[in-house]
Design a protein around this ligand. Structure first.
Ligand code: AMP
Length: 419
């Protein structure tokens, strides 16, 4: 057995022990907070949990200390984010992970929209908070909730470094030719209208993990990442840098999603306003909440859709076909953008679990070097794995995403660097 010196026995380890090695990752939504506590010495998880329905009578907190794996659950009104975070802190303290512990090195916050300015994870100060606030008009649903989470956490531990990790940051390397819409430049700039892209921490993590799986450096590899969850986006990553992604000003553009339409002729909106007499808010709601798979067939869960298809349901089949058609168009388009593709990686709820989606998405693309091996594709694994046969020119991979680990890693690296 190899023995490693304990971190505290090396000079670097002493600094680490003094600072602590734990990072709390917070993902604050409008009525929820998801969290994970990680130990960055080995990237292991110490505790995971979720507070839901904040502001309602039926709020629920689910907390699992990883060591014993026993989930504790409590229900009852949690009126706001402040109360939610205090409840989380109390649960963590019960497991010996109190937020006042010197072991806690930093808190990493997921922030959805970082605009053009935030190209990297950023230590939060008042100026950073003000800038995130300035971006609310382009992320009205997400940034206010993220800000609430940050303010609450800062009030609890004002002395602790808090880091914002932006969903948009990985995409800021997109060239102007991909980031700009073909509309009047002055109007676009006046309203900060451009393509920002989202799910960036996932695309960053998965593109790197795919290079790892191939045994190559990220700089040497071109990857198409397909993040297919309830929200879905594709990206083209050349040598570790994002050159194109399918979401735009907001997460509405691109692929068919669980409840979002993805791409459409923008004139549909004027038509609905003029002929359908719908308001902007009604159309916003229609396209974000009642479209995509749910709009097409009434279900947004791919398991349910597959079950219905097996029973001969025509609407479910059409919804699936539209979903796959769009996905295939993006694979083709990003192939052309990259010129050379080394791997296509599937990730997130659908991408990691739905073998029929992966099979259908690359069916007929043998001329592009894309082939899926039926047996490999059928294996459900919780680690990155190849599902293409050895002879295939392009690797097809399933790579479980881990946005929390990516946020924790980026947060910890920044805190270490700024010491
Ligand atoms: P995410 O947003 O990444 O959590 O993905 C959630 C979505 O993944 C769900 O809405 C389902 O459509 C899909 N999903 C989760 N588990 C499975 C599964 N075992 N088979 C097919 N789809 C799944």
């Amino acid at each position: 057995m190899t023995t490693h010196p304990s971190p505290a026995t090396t000079p670097a380890g002493e600094a680490r022990a003094a600072r602590g090695s734990r990072v709390l990752v917070l993902n604050s939504g409008s009525s929820s907070v998801k969290y994970q506590l990680l130990d960055m010495r080995d990237s292991s998880r110490l505790a995971v949990g979720l507070v839901e329905r904040i502001g309602e009578e039926t709020s629920r907190l689910k907390h699992t200390p990883v060591a014993d794996g026993r989930t504790r659950e409590r229900t009852g009104a949690i009126p706001d984010h402040d109360a939610a975070l205090k409840a989380v802190a109390a649960e963590l303290a019960r497991d010996g992970f109190g937020l006042d512990s010197p072991e806690l090195a930093a808190i990493g916050h997921r922030v959805v929209h970082g605009g053009k300015r935030f190209t990297e994870p950023t230590v939060i100060d008042d100026a950073v908070l003000a800038e995130i606030e300035r971006l609310i008009p382009v992320a009205p649903l997400h940034n206010p909730a993220n800000l609430t989470g940050i303010r609450t956490a800062r009030a609890l531990r004002p002395d602790l470094p808090q880091v914002a990790v932006f969903d948009t940051a990985f995409h800021t390397t997109m060239p102007e030719s991909a980031a700009r819409y073909a509309i009047d430049v002055e109007t676009a700039d006046a309203h900060r209208i451009r393509r920002y892209g989202f799910h960036g921490t996932s695309h960053a993590y998965v593109s790197r993990a795919t290079a790892d799986l191939l045994g190559r450096a990220p700089e040497d590899v071109n990857v198409i990442v397909l993040h297919l969850g309830n929200g879905a986006s594709a990206s083209a990553v050349r040598g570790g840098r994002c050159v194109e992604t399918s979401m735009g000003l907001t997460p509405l553009e691109g692929l068919v999603m669980g409840t979002r339409s993805g791409d459409m002729d923008p004139a549909v909106i004027f038509h609905l306003m003029r002929v359908g007499e719908m308001s902007a808010d009604e159309i916003d709601n229609l396209l974000n909440k009642k479209s995509g798979l749910v709009g097409l067939c009434g279900d947004n869960d791919m398991r349910e859709i597959r079950r219905r298809i097996d029973e001969g349901d025509e609407r479910a089949k059409l919804a699936f076909d539209i979903y796959i058609h769009r996905l295939k168009k993006y694979i083709g388009a990003y192939y052309a953008v990259l010129g050379r593709v080394d791997a296509v990686a599937f990730t997130a709820g659908v991408g990691e679990n739905a073998a029929p989606v992966r099979e259908a998405a690359v069916a007929g693309l043998e001329e592009l070097g894309l082939v899926v091996d039926g047996e490999l594709n059928a294996v459900r694994a919780d680690r990155p794995q190849l599902i293409s046969p050895e002879y295939a020119r392009v690797a097809v991979a399933v790579v479980p995403t881990d946005e929390e680990l990516e946020i924790a890693t980026q947060t910890y690296a920044l805190v270490e660097k700024s010491e």
